[in-house]
Design a protein around this ligand. Sequence first.
Ligand code: 5AD
Length: 333
Amino acid sequence: MTTERLLNLLARPETPSREVLAAALALEDFRPVYELADHIRREHKGNVVDIRAILEFSNHCRRRCRYCGLNAANRNLGRFRMPPEEMVETVHQAAQAGYRTIVLQSGEDPWYTPERLGEIIRRIRQNDDIAVTVSCGEMPEDDYAALKESGADRYLLKHETADPELYDRLHPCGTLKNRVECLKNLKKLGFETGSGFMIGLPGQTLATIADDLLLLKEIGCDMAGIGPFIPHPDTELRDVPEGSTELCKRAVALARILLPECNLPATTALGVVNNGEKNDVFSCGANVVMRKVTPTRYKALYEIYPAKLGETHIVAQRRELEEQIRALGREPL
Ligand code: 5AD
C-alpha cells in the first residue's frame, strides 16, 4: 500500500482496519502521519497542554503482573501507605500550585476500601476545586459506583495489551475480558474513562498494537496512556529490552487520529526513556502531561519501572514545566 493511500484511509471518518493501522506503524517515513495527528490535535484540543498531578499513595499490590516492580512477589521493595490526612494535605498543596486535576494512584491495595477512599475524595473535594482521577485497579462495579458518588470524576485503568494470550502470560491474576468489563462499567457509570497500553511487551507485534488502538476506540476512551515497557530488575521480565519510543509516539499519533477528542498524555515512561525526545511527543498528538506530587520519601518506593527520581518540589516543578511548555509555543493549563 502506498503512503498516500494509507493517509487517505487514515484521514477518513471511518475507523481504519487493523491492517491499515499495522501498515501505518511500519511506515518508513511516518512524518505525514505525525502532521495529520498534530493537525487533528490542534483542531480538537487547541494549543493547551493540560498539566496533571499524580499522587502515588500506596505501593501495596495484591497482583503479580510480570512486568511491574510493585508486583506482590517482589520482596525487595519496602512497602508504604500514605495516611489519608497526608494525602488530603498533599492534594491541597498541588491545588494551590495551580493543578486542576489530581490522579490518585496505587497498587491494588485492599486497605483503601471504597469507604476509606471515598472519604478521602470527599475531603479533597471539600477543600479544593480540583478534579479527582482514581487509578487503583480493578474493582466490582458497586465500588466504582461508590467512588463516583463520593466525587471521583475520572478513572484510569490501562488494558495493557489487547492480545488475550499475551495478557494471560503477563497477568497471572486476571483476564483481559475482566479488564475490559471494568472499563465498560466505568464508562457506563459516567466516569471519564482512561485506558492505555505498553509498547515493547515480549511477543507483541504491530498487529497487536493495531488491536490496542482499536480497543481504545471500542471502549470509547476519554483518555489513553501509551508508554514504552521498561524492564524492572526485580521482575521476571528483567531481561526483555525496553520498548521503542518511536513506536510509542507513532501509536500516540494514531490514537489521536482514531479518537480526536481523547486526552493523550506524553507518558511519564516516555520521559524516562529519553528526556530529550519528550518535546516531540507534544507534536505527535499528545495534549497532557503528568507530574508526580508524591512526597519524596515515598516516591523512590513507587518504582513501577526503574527511573531517576529526585526530590518533589510541587510548586517549583510545576513552574518549570509551565516554562518548558511555553517554550514549545503551547499554553500550560
Ligand atoms: N514498564 C512500563 N510501564 C509499566 N507499567 C507497569 N510496569 C511497567 C513497566 N515495567 C505501567 C502499566 C500500568 C501503569 C501504572 O504503569 O501500564 O498500568
